[in-house]
Write a protein that binds this ligand. Structure first.
Ligand SMILES: NC(=O)c1ccc[n+]([C@@H]2O[C@H](COP(=O)([O-])OP(=O)(O)OC[C@H]3O[C@@H](n4cnc5c(N)ncnc54)[C@H](O)[C@@H]3O)[C@@H](O)[C@H]2O)c1
Length: 310
């Protein structure tokens, strides 16, 4: 197990990507504190982790609030004795539209959750990680090896911050000023935190997932009731499939492990190659599929008018 004796906070850890991350970190030996606004789902995920031999607890609260950011860090230390990892993943209820469409209340609320909560999480988590220090079981044996110059002992293992961005932080969809601005800010914030906290022994990385089918996403696709729409989505990915929470969780558990202690400030796309392919080729490749599936529908169809591109 990669993360024995580690303690992790996962925000939005009840469902979806965060739910999968909480389960994976627990499987790798970490104790996990789930922080979420969805009580029933948080409790259910904690129970699933325990049924599989892991250790988890949950806290109900809105991570955009400073009081909750402080409480989750205090609770991690009081319950589990330390804090090593924070995965900042929670999101929901954002307004959609351009700068003209979005009112100031929705703008502030959205950015408070997408960006502000991550600043608050780090603000309280970093001192707790420093106080926790390096877990002696986590010091890598190979550090001493090979007769080569190794530099200082592995202070890198004091802490890990993982911020969840999106392919929407790298590429922009129309009429999404709140989400796209927030997710690109996460990339800049991750670089800044990496520079600030590297000397303390804390690495900070971001993940940019592509389309990940979660419990909620699956419900949306079921409502569409047209498998061709989902197939169209898959065809846009070089690997010809969309992602799962496990795909993201696997990358996060690697970044939290000792093996990743020299990686910081990076945004890693877990997107099946979506963000590296040339868009004009993609459109040409997909045109046959679209023209031969006359009844094609996707979960975006209801938004067609507001998304008018022509
Ligand atoms: N699913 C995707 O395709 C996808 C793609 C790229 C990026 N992402 C990012 O991944 C992260 C998770 O997305 P998801 O699809 O798993 O979402 P989801 O809606 O399935 O889960 C989000 C979780 O966050 C919780 N939450 C919402 N607001 C909260 C708040 N204020 N405080 C605490 N908890 C809160 C929800 O209750 C839920 O458990 C988000 O940051 C999202 O932007 C998702």
């Amino acid at each position: 197990m990669k993360l024995n004796n580690q303690v992790a906070i996962v925000t939005g850890g009840a469902l979806g990507i965060g739910g999968g991350v909480a389960r994976k970190l627990a499987r790798e030996g970490s104790k996990v504190l789930i922080v979420d606004i969805a009580e029933e789902e948080a409790k259910k995920n904690k129970e699933t982790i325990e049924e599989n031999g892991g250790i988890a607890e949950y806290l109900i609260g809105d991570v955009a609030l400073e009081s909750v950011a402080k409480e989750m860090v205090d609770l991690s230390v009081s319950l589990f004795g330390r804090l090593d990892i924070i995965v900042q993943n929670a999101y929901g209820g954002l307004g959609a539209g351009s700068a003209v469409d979005i009112n100031i209340k929705d703008w502030n609320k959205g950015l408070n959750l997408l960006v502000g909560a991550l600043y608050l999480g780090a603000k309280y988590a970093v001192p707790a990680m420093e106080d926790s220090g390096v877990d002696s079981n986590f010091i890598p044996k190979q550090w001493k090896g090979f007769g080569l110059r190794q530099g200082n002992p592995p202070k890198e293992n004091i802490g890990r911050i993982i911020n969840i961005s999106s392919v929407h932080g790298i590429l922009n969809a129309p009429k999404s000023i709140v989400y796209e601005t927030g997710k690109s800010a996460v990339i800049g914030m991750t670089r800044q935190m990496a520079v600030d906290f590297g000397p303390l022994g804390i690495t900070v990385n971001a993940i940019a997932p592509g389309h990940i089918v979660t419990e909620r996403g699956d419900d949306q696709w079921k409502k569409v009731g047209n498998n061709e729409g989902f197939r169209l989505f898959e065809l846009q990915y070089p690997v010809r499939r969309t992602g799962t929470p496990q795909d993201v969780a696997n990358m996060i558990s690697f970044l939290c492990s000792h093996e990743a202690s020299f990686i910081t400030g990076q945004t890693i796309a877990v997107d099946g190659g979506l963000s590296v392919q040339l868009q004009e080729d993609l459109v040409m490749d997909l045109k046959n599929f679209i023209s031969t599936n006359k009844n094609l529908r996707t979960h975006f169809d209801k938004e067609d008018k507001s998304r008018d591109r022509w």
